[in-house]
Design a protein. Structure first.
Length: 288
């Protein structure tokens, strides 16, 4: 399970504590800080293995299937904007999708602003925690991918997030949301540890998974160029498919499809990643 572009929720009650930006004035102090507050400047290098153009093309294939007339997109958990600059141009001419992107980490949003500026893409960016009301007009499409949902540590929080998704969907709109499953953590528990260097820091990542609680914990120890260390701890929970479906239904969403990984096949409990396509439940009832 990756370190996700999301709101960085760390507590069991899903309420983020006051943001703890690293105080690096003491060169000898070990600093523990919020997810993404220190990782953001080197995040893209840490995640260089992720093929965002491929992911955007896959999402666009789902939109061609489920909402080919879509014009407006809201992305939640946008991180550094890598998906946004790849997906936005797929929208209708002349300018692509009208695209709004949000993340819970101000530091990640700042990196995204620079990426969007350099790419010349018309993407509006803002800071927004999962479950908060999405500002602005309704959208034809809501996107949340790369394990953002897994950062919510109980199903009440998942339901609250999905309520916010339902509320911002325009009539006839669809949401595409992915999740990492218990199978992913169980099958690859030994493959999540690594180390490397970026322009902003050197890092060591260690990960552990508890199959009983289905809690996946990842620690990043970042060594800054002057030798000081910052530690970030990321907590995620792996959900079964029926749990996410129940949360969606409780939020007023209906399941349109659930895809195995990046395929067109139906997902099942052996799937390691699932891409859900949801619609507003009242839209589905009216169409029946």
């Amino acid at each position: 399970m990756r370190c996700s572009c999301s709101s960085g929720i760390t507590g069991p009650d899903q309420r983020a504590p006051p943001r703890c930006r690293p105080d690096l004035s003491d060169p000898h102090a070990a600093v523990v800080t919020d997810p993404y507050s220190a990782l953001a400047p080197g995040y893209d290098a840490v995640m260089a293995h992720v093929d965002y153009p491929f992911w955007a093309a896959y999402l666009q294939s789902l939109l061609r299937e489920h909402h080919p007339e879509a014009e407006t997109v809201v992305e939640l958990g946008c991180g550094t904007g890598a998906l946004a600059v790849s997906l936005q141009p797929y929208g209708p001419p002349p300018g692509g999708y009208a695209y709004r992107a949000y993340d819970g980490s101000p530091e990640m949003v700042e990196v995204a602003r620079e990426r969007v500026r350099q790419a010349g893409r018309p993407v509006a960016l803002g800071t927004l925690a999962f479950g908060d009301t999405v500002p602005g007009p309704p959208a034809d499409v809501v996107v949340l991918v790369y394990d953002g949902l897994n950062y919510l540590l109980d199903l009440d929080a998942v339901t609250a997030l999905l309520v916010s998704v339902r509320d911002v969907l325009a009539p006839g709109g669809v949401a595409i949301i992915d999740q990492s499953t218990p199978a992913n953590s169980e099958n690859h528990a030994d493959g999540f540890d690594d180390a490397g260097e970026t322009d902003a820091f050197a890092y060591q990542r260690t990960s552990r998974y508890d199959p009983e609680t289905r809690l996946h914990t990842t620690d990043f120890v970042l060594t800054l160029p002057d030798g000081r260390e910052v530690t970030e701890t990321h907590h995620q929970r792996a959900y079964a498919l029926d749990e996410v479906q129940a949360a969606a239904e409780a939020a007023g969403l209906a399941v349109v499809a659930a895809y195995d990984g990046f395929e067109e096949d139906d997902a099942d409990e052996t799937s390691e990643r699932v891409h859900w396509v949801f619609a507003r439940a009242d839209d589905v009832v009216e169409a029946a």
